[in-house]
Ligand binder design. Structure first.
Ligand SMILES: NC(=O)c1ccc[n+]([C@@H]2O[C@H](COP(=O)([O-])OP(=O)(O)OC[C@H]3O[C@@H](n4cnc5c(N)ncnc54)[C@H](OP(=O)(O)O)[C@@H]3O)[C@@H](O)[C@H]2O)c1
Length: 312
């Protein structure tokens, strides 16, 4: 890994965790290549990266679910900068609702973005990293790639798949010891993803406690790019929840519904049903942070709402 400015390609760079990764890479003088669907939001982040000290910025709009577009974005990065040192897959979308409630095109697009998009990224980045025998691919998974939660089937399946993909990449590329594959699984992070989500259930999502800032996850992503063994869960609470899921499935399956309702759904916010940003970018809502209210206050309001509904 070169000590000077590095070439860092980030997908999902126009919002939340991906934006935080781009800004932190820029602050250390790296060349940043910014990928997402919406060009204007990417240009906003590019301007912020330049102010933060980026060696250079390149905006390369692409839909991760479209293999040709991903190939073109990677080719543009190589044409401009000649190599890739760190590639971060952070593009992601969410759909809420049971399998029978979420329309098929929305369900499939969540999987196509989160899982097949990560495969597309690997497909075009691998030949470059393997030729260099150097560089890192870090994929952002989720705690939800280790457990099941109500009303998030498409997201759950996609994130279990991302976790499998990282392991598969490690096994397949053992002949290139210089190439590193990293995995980071955040819990709740204050980003716009919850309000951007497709919603077909009875309530809208919110980040569950403890809520991290995107900057903390971004720091972990960039650490993992150099030291992949530092990857995995962000936060101790992830380990506690995974233990419950694995060791006490009978208890977990009974408790997760009511608990999820109180800690991960906003029962008092108005429900606007629709595809959110799953089928097309809503880049005007992309930003670094989600601006969610204090999670303890939100949970208190949820408990009051549950009691109010029970009273009838
Ligand atoms: N926030 C959390 O609590 C949390 C927890 C665990 C894991 N994660 C994971 O962290 C990653 C980043 O999430 P975030 O919270 O930062 O979300 P976010 O703020 O909503 O950002 C999502 C980014 O992905 C881009 N994107 C969405 N669909 C795309 C597509 N088809 N092709 C290319 N880019 C696409 C969006 O831009 P465009 O819409 O313009 O394309 C945006 O830049 C995701 O993989 C998510 O699953 C988040």
């Amino acid at each position: 890994m070169s000590a000077g400015p590095r070439v860092v390609l980030v997908t999902g760079a126009s919002s939340g965790i991906g934006e935080a990764v781009a800004l932190q890479a820029a602050a250390r003088g790296d060349h940043v290549v910014l990928v997402a669907r919406g060009r204007e939001a990417l240009e906003r982040v590019a301007a912020d990266c330049e102010r933060a000290g980026a060696g250079s910025t390149l905006v390369a709009p692409a839909d991760m679910s479209d293999d040709d577009q991903v190939a073109a974005a990677v080719a543009a990065a190589l044409a401009a900068l000649g190599r890739l040192d760190v590639v971060v897959g952070s593009a992601g979308v969410v759909a809420y609702g049971r399998i029978d409630e979420v329309p098929v095109d929305v369900f499939d697009q969540v999987v196509a973005t989160n899982l097949l998009g990560s495969v597309n990224l690997a497909r075009h980045v691998l030949p470059v990293l393997r030729d260099q025998d150097d560089g890192a691919l870090v994929l952002v998974g989720s705690l939800i790639g280790h457990i099941s939660v109500p009303d998030m089937a498409a997201y759950v399946l996609s994130k279990w798949g991302v976790r499998a993909l990282v392991r598969q990449l490690r096994v397949d590329n053992r002949d290139r010891p210089g190439v590193r594959f990293g995995y980071v699984a955040p819990g709740g992070v204050d980003t716009p993803i919850y309000r951007q989500a497709a919603t077909y259930g009875d309530s809208v999502g919110m980040p569950p406690i403890p809520v991290d800032g995107p900057e903390r996850v971004a720091r972990r992503v960039l650490t993992v790019a150099d030291r992949p063994w530092r990857g995995g869960q962000v936060g101790l609470s992830n380990d506690v929840i995974r233990f419950g899921f694995t060791a006490l499935p009978w208890v977990y399956d009974r408790l997760v519904g009511p608990l999820f309702q109180v800690v991960a759904q906003d029962l008092v916010a108005p429900v606007v049903r629709g595809p959110g940003n799953v089928l097309a970018s809503r880049q005007e809502h992309n930003r670094l942070r989600g601006g969610h209210r204090n999670p303890v206050g939100a949970m208190r309001a949820n408990v009051a709402e549950v009691l109010r509904r029970r009273r009838g």
